[in-house]
Design a protein around this ligand. Structure first.
Ligand code: SF4
Ligand code: SF4
Length: 434
């Protein structure tokens, strides 16, 4: 079977400190859950409960403000104990409701009622997906209802891409979810295709996961739309939208299949769509890869949304020594965690804590003009020049800076022998319009 990839640059990204991908463990339920009103890109949800109110598991506690926002739900039963606000590493103020666990669970441990969806029209499926606050469960967390809405103006054909590309070892939680919830991912794919009126489903798997791809393909035999499996390479950043599209264009040309507009969703998001429509359940928990050199026992955990990151680390045996860097998401493109009281949210597919030797920023030195960064840039940029044009004495000297073309994949920074903060600096400059 042919393997499709992007052509330029990229890296083989490995990390021995990620948790093993063989199974998951369920984390303890938190006594206090911190539920942010902003777990997605766009505007924060408006709280619809107040301090002192009782809430049930799965109850709406924050209403999204239409397009560009998403509903937020209580993930445990209890009482709203207080509200908290904190400043994120990006300087944004996040507000959260703190729920003290009390009373009994309405869903956890109960036999789940299943609801038929096959006769529901697309707009009703979209309404349910919006009602249960489903967002993309990796990356920025775009509300899925918005993604469907954006397809309204797309001309045919429209293709659903089920994105199972494991180019980054920190996607371990997605891999475990896929193995443990394959049926839900399959049905979530069928529901998403119906909701978005999509005429074709393409399962995109990195070549190492071909067997898993074939298992998903078998389960989609009854789908309304034609389904095919496409294998990609596993060089990072194959999963990025630009690089994924490049690989799919090559597939489309080779097979003579027009894919048209593409909506690409990962397995965790598809399982969440399944839970919303089939079980009438919002996102109550998620799979999280917990690891890094500072963590005693890295593992993939099923964690309730709102659990403190500090509690997750404690459940993994705590720190072996004082960490230098703590973050959420992949270390290559993730964000810094400034306080261990910050909670796991819908998009937290990984949390990590690194010892100084793993952070790569301990000894920043001068560029030795080795050219490694140029060799790995998938966009064909010159990270060394871009870095110099936006920092240091040469700042502002480059008249035709291409910083805006950088998508922040981090490849250049990983390979730089001088440990220069290349992508971090270039992305920051691009955001400022330099
Ligand atoms: S972070 Fe930007 S400059 Fe660096 S390799 Fe990626 S796209 Fe190129
Ligand atoms: S990889 Fe680092 S040291 Fe090498 S050319 Fe690029 S910036 Fe300079």
């Amino acid at each position: 079977m042919k393997v499709y990839s992007f052509l330029l640059g990229g890296i083989r990204y490995t990390d021995s400190t990620v948790p093993p991908r063989d199974s998951s463990v369920t984390a303890f339920l938190p006594g206090l859950s911190v539920i942010p009103l902003m777990q997605h890109v766009g505007s924060k949800a408006n709280p619809v409960v107040a301090v002192g109110d009782r809430v049930t598991e799965g109850m709406l506690i924050g209403r999204g403000q239409g397009l560009g926002s998403a509903n937020v739900h209580a993930t445990v039963p209890g009482r709203v104990a207080r509200t908290v606000s904190w400043k994120t590493a990006e300087g944004l103020i996040n507000d959260a409701l703190v729920i003290k666990l009390e009373g009994s669970f309405g869903k956890l441990g109960k036999r789940e009622e299943v609801f038929p969806w096959q006769n529901l029209p697309p707009f009703e499926l979209q309404r349910i997906i919006a009602e249960y606050g489903i967002v993309e469960m990796e990356g920025a967390g775009r509300p899925v209802a918005d993604l469907f809405y954006s397809l309204r103006s797309a001309s045919d054909p429209v293709t659903l891409v089920v994105r199972c590309v494991f180019d980054d070892p920190w996607l371990a939680a997605n891999y475990v979810l896929l193995r443990e919830r394959l049926e839900a991912v399959a049905e979530g794919s069928r529901i998403a295709a119906r909701a978005g009126r999509m005429g074709r489903i393409i399962l995109v798997f990195s070549q190492g996961e071909k067997e898993l791809g074939n298992s998903l393909l078998e389960r989609l035999a009854q789908a309304d739309a034609p389904v095919s499996l496409v294998l990609t390479g596993s060089r990072y950043p194959q999963r990025n939208p630009r690089e994924l599209e490049l690989a799919l264009k090559r597939y489309s040309r080779k097979e003579g299949i027009e894919l048209g507009t593409i909506l690409s969703l990962g397995p965790a998001t598809l399982a969440a769509i399944h839970d919303a429509v089939r079980l009438k359940k919002p996102i109550l928990d998620r799979y999280v890869a917990v690891g890094g050199s500072a963590i005693k026992n890295p593992q993939v955990m099923k964690v309730r949304i709102g659990t403190r990151i500090g509690d997750i680390f404690a459940e993994c045996g705590g720190f072996v020594d004082k960490p230098r860097r703590i973050g959420s998401g992949s270390p290559l493109m993730g964000r810094a965690v400034v306080d261990l009281d910050e909670p796991v949210i819908k998009t937290s597919f990984a949390v990590f804590a690194f010892l100084p030797w793993q952070t790569g920023d301990a000894s920043v030195s001068r560029c030795v003009s080795c050219g490694e960064c140029r060799a790995v840039c998938p966009v064909g940029l010159d990270p060394e020049q871009l870095y110099k044009s936006v920092s240091g004495p040469e700042r502002g000297n480059t008249r035709h800076s291409r910083t805006g073309e950088c998508h922040g994949c981090g490849c250049c920074e990983v390979v730089c022998p001088s440990r220069l903060p290349l992508s971090t600096t270039i992305v920051r400059a691009a955001l400022k319009g330099n």
